[in-house]
Design a protein around this ligand. Sequence first.
Ligand code: HAM
Length: 433
Amino acid sequence: MQTSFRNIKGTFDVLPHDYTAAGNQTYGSAAWLFVERRIREVFERYDFREVRTPMFEPTEMIARGVGETSDIVTKEMFAWTKGDTNYVLRPELTAPIMRAYLQHRLDQQGPVQRLSYIGPCFRAERPARGRFRQFHQFGVEIIGSSDPRSDAEVVAVLMAVYGAFGIKNLRLRMNTLGTPEERAAYKAALRTFLLPHREALSDISRERLEKNPLRILDTKLEHEQALLTEAPVLTDFLGGETRAFFDRVCGYVQDLGIPFITDPKLVRGLDYYAHTTFELESEALNGALAGAGRYDLLAKDFGNPNPVPAVGFAAGMERLFVVLNDAGYVFPNPLTPDVFLVAMGAEAENWVFRKAQSLRTAGIRVAFDLKGRSMKAQMREADRSRAPFVVIVGDQELSAQAVNLKNMAEGTQETIPEDRLLQKIQSLNHHPS
Ligand code: HAM
């Protein structure tokens, strides 16, 4: 089998089986379904309802929401124009969900909306371990509450997801970015401090010095980090109300027994944040597992007359898989058929074809061969399918209205009347009829 076509760089196929490509362990669809189901179970326990928004959105909306100066908008959008409309593959879901919330007046469905999601996102980043161009986020958004317990609820549900997989050794960093005014004052002070050191900065930090100096705090370069130890600290620019709010958030997180550290340098790369931000990290991975925060002003940026308080998190599925892989997590096996039907001869083939349909209608998972091969080849296929039972029929059996039923685990075989097959399989599988 051969083709010169390949999936696009930074994307991957989920196949029925696990495989490794470009240094990334890609799990099969059974593992994906299992992980998604477990995440949804946690979301349901925490009283969230799933929403699904389109894969593409108006570019202007994403640019306004995520921020004109953010890396995502300036460098990483898959965007195109058709007719008069600019489109972008969604790089994240917070902005689309706020758009949907406002558009559909979800406030009328209840004062606090607790929304969850799992789905693909797209960013034109340089692919690496746990970094893709099409990746998948799961997350929640609590919209309509300015109560600091909401921020703690977001922390709680995030930690519960990782807890559900038994993942330990995670680091939760929390910070507050304060109000836009407080942040603006700090930004100015940081710029004033850094300007005399402009020449010592990397190209990217110099660019950020103009557009968004806060992002320089994210630097991984040692000489820049050393320089920043002397820099003004955001905390000193925060007013009493901001501090009190953040103290309450931290107090609630402590109440839940969730360990965290506060880090005044945690700024996050999206522009819609105000007040609480947090990130979850693992030693196993360079980038963050999850990013989160409060974005009370996004609704106003989208044209709503009033701010709508909101807070949420998003986490990368692929990064969850990386930590699960490192932890040696064992996923359940892919589904197997309940029974494999083997036919000897043309008449038996027809019987198998019809019988498969009637058993499936009765709720049994049935597999059979579609290539008209020898009995030996069909038995090999049955083995490979790992079906616990195999039914073998030939012309002789059919004329006697009987079939051979083989128990693969025990290696035993019995002949039973054809019309008792369904009942027999049901009793063996303990399947509800
Ligand atoms: P973010 O930090 O840009 O935040 O992304 C959240 C998570 O998505 C990251 O921590 C990472 O696990 C995953 N992720 C991001 N980019 C990639 C990539 N290229 N490949 C693989 N995984 C990736 C947001 O998107 C915000 N919407 C989070 C949020 C929700 N804030 C409030 N509510």
